[in-house]
Design a protein around this ligand. Structure first.
Ligand code: SF4
Length: 407
């Protein structure tokens, strides 16, 4: 594996996730040049969006205390943005501009940046009320989660279906997005799919975009066949921690109301149904061996692990917890790629979906000595990506036809 950060952008992405970055005073135009920093998700997406060499979209922590002590700094030199370490240039980076649609309003008068947020090159929407774990007395939210701090402050809590459709269409027209990702928290009575389905149905029918859904696992697993029939391509289940004691400690609401086994059962059930099923975990809050065991189990089911690097967000219960060191996580991301390849899981099949808040499994080929030995797997994924591009074109044409008034 290439150890030089100047030649290994995935390793640099991991370093930035773990160490954050300072902003040099030379970046005085950054507010005008870049996207605003918007916190919208359960623990990530709080940083500055930039694109590393190799096209690796990265959301870099810049506000947290650990980031202010980082060896890395973003600087503006001779018209270029660069990442420096100890005054030495490590990489030239691109700063994606704030999208124009962020300041547009929907027909009901809502500002679009308060309806959905770009994370990398897809639109992330949290369309329903705040997670019930935040509302209990005492709070039982996940310790790393910032959802209860964000909603209402930067995003509108209850988003009408038309607002979401209009925002997705605006993002597609301006930036060619292909994918909308819906996320909810937990609601008593397991109503999260009931609340989400009108949004899913409308996005599928009126935009034709690919759709991902991330909710707690519904006890009635047949609901996932219904979601698939509505046009959902991907589902994601965040069980966060494989070690049961760590799961109960850091995710008390999930442990009490759902339980780890229901997450695992949903992953097992959904893997053969959807284009991609993800099991999402957090690295850095449990021993590396535990994270590796989770990767093994998820990939054994035919699902793809989403491995987030723990980020101690300001205002969360773990804001004073240190972020993980990058080097012990290298074997985690190496195994992530190897396990997906060994087990024939297609990676990177959704066209034009760049994710900034995690290391995508396909990006982890940078951690492997000879990734070319799985050329046949990567070739198969490229063929599947072409197939999804064709599907997307058909769905868009059908959606345009629908919007013209046919049903
Ligand atoms: S389930 Fe946990 S991570 Fe998800 S929104 Fe609720 S408190 Fe946050």
């Amino acid at each position: 594996m290439e150890e030089d950060l100047r030649r290994n952008p995935a390793l640099l992405k991991l370093e930035l996730f773990c160490r954050g970055m300072r902003i040099d005073p030379s970046c005085e135009r950054l507010d005008q040049d870049g996207r605003p920093i918007l916190r919208t998700r359960a623990g990530l997406g709080s940083g500055l969006e930039l694109v590393l060499p190799g096209g690796l979209w990265t959301n870099v922590p810049v506000k947290e205390a650990f980031a202010t002590r980082s060896p890395f700094a973003l600087a503006h030199r001779q018209g270029r943005y660069v990442i420096e370490r100890g005054g030495e240039e490590i990489a030239q980076v691109q700063i994606p501009a704030a999208p124009a649609f962020y300041s547009r309003t929907t027909s009901s008068g809502r500002v679009m940046s308060r309806v959905g947020v770009l994370q990398g090159t897809y639109l992330a929407v949290y369309p329903t009320g705040v997670c019930a774990h935040w509302l209990r007395e005492p709070r039982r939210n996940c310790a790393f989660c910032s959802v209860g701090l964000n909603l209402g402050a930067q995003e509108d809590q209850e988003k009408r279906v038309d607002d979401v459709v209009e925002t997705a269409l605006a993002a597609r027209e301006e930036l060619g997005i292909t994918y909308v990702h819906f996320n909810t928290g937990y609601y008593d009575g397991d109503t999260y799919l009931d609340e989400l389905e009108p949004f899913v149905e409308a996005i599928s029918r009126r935009t034709g975009l690919l759709i991902g859904v991330q909710t707690p696992p519904h006890p009635d697993l047949s609901r996932y066949r219904k979601l698939r029939a509505m046009g959902v391509n991907q589902v994601s289940f965040c069980f966060e921690l494989w070690d049961r004691a760590a799961f109960e400690k850091h995710c008390p609401g999930k442990a009490e109301k759902v339980g780890l086994d229901r997450y695992l059962e949903a992953i097992r059930y959904c893997a053969p149904i959807f284009d991609t099923t993800n099991g999402e975990i957090v690295a850095g809050l449990e021993p590396v061996d535990s994270t590796l065991a989770a990767i093994e189990w998820i990939t054994d089911q035919g699902a793809v692990p989403t491995v987030c690097v723990f980020r101690p967000l300001i205002g969360t219960d773990l804001q004073d917890h240190p972020p993980p060191e990058p080097q012990p996580l290298v074997p985690v991301f190496r195994r992530l790629f190897e396990a997906c390849m060994d087990k024939g899981l297609p990676l990177g099949i959704a066209p034009n979906v760049n994710v900034s808040i995690i290391l995508k499994p396909e990006e982890c080929r940078w951690f492997v000595d000879d990734p070319g030995r799985w050329w046949h797997r990567e070739w198969k994924a490229a063929v599947m990506r072409k197939g999804l591009e064709g599907l997307l074109a058909m769905r868009r044409a059908r959606a345009a036809w629908y919007r013209r008034g046919h049903s």
